[in-house]
Design a protein around this ligand. Structure first.
Ligand code: AMP
Length: 585
């Protein structure tokens, strides 16, 4: 029996690699009590911080906390966080020392945020991932016996002005003592993930995966943009990879010595048979199912395809011959939230069950448009079918901080609620007064994808922006496309009728307000699709990575706000298409 002692997070982390399903059962059967204890512990540790003292005057009373401590967004607490980053003591915000800062991806807004953190965050990640692996073993035969080809990358850790490390959460985690214990079943040696050059790292991870192709049961990345980029990388490098396998010699440009040495051991003796097989598969005109052809025992693709990441489903379905796409966890730089307990469910049916020991969670009730209705409830008090924005109170200085995501309650497992990820909260696209959300855009894109697929085109990259340089303003959707079958010329044939139809079906699926403004009132112009060259979205990712985004945490922004990022796309536009009729009202 684990009991409520599960609260002692460090203990959990120690046992987590050997944990079984009963740990999870125990947690979610005691959600209310565990949440209560988490808050108790956080308040006792932090009551005397400068921040909480302002509201609680040293008390650790939970009712007073709910009454006096304000609900905040990142910008509200940023001045406190910045003071710690600049060298003032941790106890401005946290009773426990702040040991590192998590830099969130923030690619759509262009504003990166830094979150104070400490080992409890990493212990929570380890625990969450270990539990999700238990769930996977339960649902996927042979999961534990096989190898994972999960691509991981790390970045340079830069210091804050006072010398504390600042890095994307997954970089700090991967470099920590916690992660090394998790890396055991991976096809790549741990040191390859630590390589500072992403190109060498990607090449070596692919090489290791190819050599062990018969053992691979699972292929993945945290978020799917990178997985699509890895397939593009393979398209460019398969000849060299197979030549390395044929000769038993790693290419000379792999100069990172730790990578080179560890990968050489895995590469072993020359293997002409395997090299022939790789060349035969990669030479085929169609790359449909390339993942299953090269790694025939793969049972699933592990990558998060809920929320805006659903835009990558068509490309992943194509490359994997529709293997199950598994969104395992819901987590962020602020906290680890929950697990998908039915990992093989279809992306549209994925729900995450919150883990009550991770942080203290509250929920702002919102209507379907994301507007707050003022009620704030505890984890176990959310209502089936209702929409909420989570608030996090964690072990490293965030108190009642808005996460900025909208979730919908889809059910309960024992007492613990399960949530569907709906979207990021803010309106992302607006050229007049219409609030178009990420969810609206994802739906419009799903409609366009059906039209594209019927013409044997696969969407491999997508983003959008509201162009107000035209009068009236209009929506611009950048898309990168791939023909299902290569016509031998490598030139993409674009059918005007198909692309115009895509523009029209997207407009039809947008909100009634959009359609009215576009139709009757004419204050929004015709929706435009700009088709970009192959590789443009890889360049976009490289652009964001050069600005400090993490490859492992990179998510293609659903909407672009940065002028420089737009320029990356604009430089590669092949053709433009406009909707040719007003949408129905
Ligand atoms: P970051 O702090 O950069 O890791 O980004 C965290 C954000 O990524 C979350 O607030 C969500 O908006 C998004 N995210 C994380 N996990 C998921 C998931 N499983 N499904 C959808 N979106 C997710």
């Amino acid at each position: 029996m684990v009991g409520v002692s599960v609260l002692q997070t460090s203990k959990i982390a120690n046992m987590s690699l050997g944990c079984d399903f009963s740990v999870l059962e125990e947690l979610i059967s005691n959600a209310k009590k565990i949440q209560d204890n988490v808050l108790d512990k956080i308040l006792k540790t932090n009551a005397n911080t400068e921040y909480l003292h302002r509201f609680l005057e040293g008390s650790s009373d939970k009712e007073l906390f709910r009454k006096n401590v304000p609900v905040v967004s990142y910008e509200d607490v940023k001045p406190y966080i910045d003071r710690v980053a600049n060298g003032e003591p941790s106890d401005i915000i946290s009773g426990e020392p702040i040991t590192t800062f998590n830099r969130s991806s923030g690619t759509s807004s262009g504003n990166q945020k830094i979150y104070p953190t400490n080992n409890i965050y990493f212990e929570n990640l380890l625990f969450g991932y270990a539990l999700s692996s238990v769930v996977m073993s339960k649902h996927v035969d042979g999961y534990k016996q096989g190898k994972m080809m999960i691509f991981r990358f790390t970045h340079q850790i830069s210091p804050t002005p006072c010398g504390l490390p600042i890095a994307p959460a997954l970089t700090s985690f991967t470099k920590s003592k916690y992660y090394s214990r998790m890396a055991k079943n991976s096809t790549s040696p741990y040191v390859v993930a630590l390589c500072p050059d992403p190109k060498q790292s990607m090449y070596c991870q692919l090489l290791c995966g190819l050599v062990q192709r018969d053992e691979v049961v699972s292929v993945g990345t945290t978020f799917p943009s990178v997985l699509v980029q890895i397939v593009h990388f393979l398209e460019n490098y398969w000849k060299e990879l197979s030549s390395n396998i044929r000769s038993g010699h790693v290419s000379d440009w792999i100069t990172d010595l730790s990578c080179r040495d560890s990968v050489s051991i895995i590469l072993g003796e020359p293997n002409a048979e395997l090299a022939d097989l790789i060349e035969k598969e990669c030479r085929q005109e169609s790359w449909q199912g390339i993942i299953t052809r090269l790694w025939p025992k793969t049972k699933c693709i592990e990558t998060i395809v809920t929320g805006t990441m659903s835009q990558h489903i068509p490309a992943l379905d194509y490359y994997s011959n529709k293997l199950p796409l598994v969104s395992k966890v819901y987590a962020s730089s602020e906290a680890f939230y929950g697990l998908n307990l039915n990992p093989l469910s279809k992306p549209q049916h994925v729900s995450y069950t919150f883990l009550p020991n991770m942080s203290y969670f509250e929920f702002i009730h919102v209507d379907a448009d994301g507007e707050a209705t003022s009620e704030i409830v505890d984890l176990v008090d959310v209502k089936l079918g209702d929409y909420y924005e989570p608030l996090v109170t964690n072990y490293s200085g965030l108190h009642r901080c808005k996460v900025g995501d909208i979730l919908q309650v889809t059910g309960f497992y024992n007492n613990t609620p399960q949530f569907r990820f709906v979207r990021r909260k803010n309106t992302v696209l607006c050229v007049d007064v219409e609030p178009t959300t990420e969810e609206d855009i994802s739906k419009a894109l799903a409609r366009a994808t059906v039209v594209l697929e019927s013409s044997d085109l696969i969407l491999t990259g997508f983003t959008c922006y509201g162009d107000i340089s035209t009068v009236p303003g209009h929506y611009v959707f950048y898309v990168e496309l791939k023909a299902k079958v290569n016509n031998g010329t490598n030139v993409l044939q674009l059918d005007n009728k198909v692309l115009v139809e895509c523009c029209c079906v997207m407009e039809e699926s947008l909100s009634s307000l959009y359609r009215r403004l576009r139709g009757d009132e004419g204050s929004i112009g015709a929706l435009e699709i700009r088709v970009v060259q192959k590789g443009t979205f890889d360049s976009l990712m490289e652009f964001f990575v050069s600005r400090g985004s993490s490859i492992s945490q990179y998510k293609t922004p659903i909407c672009i706000k940065s002028a420089e990022a737009l320029q990356v796309l604009e430089d590669k536009v092949l053709a433009r298409f406009f909707s040719d009729r007003s949408p129905t009202l």
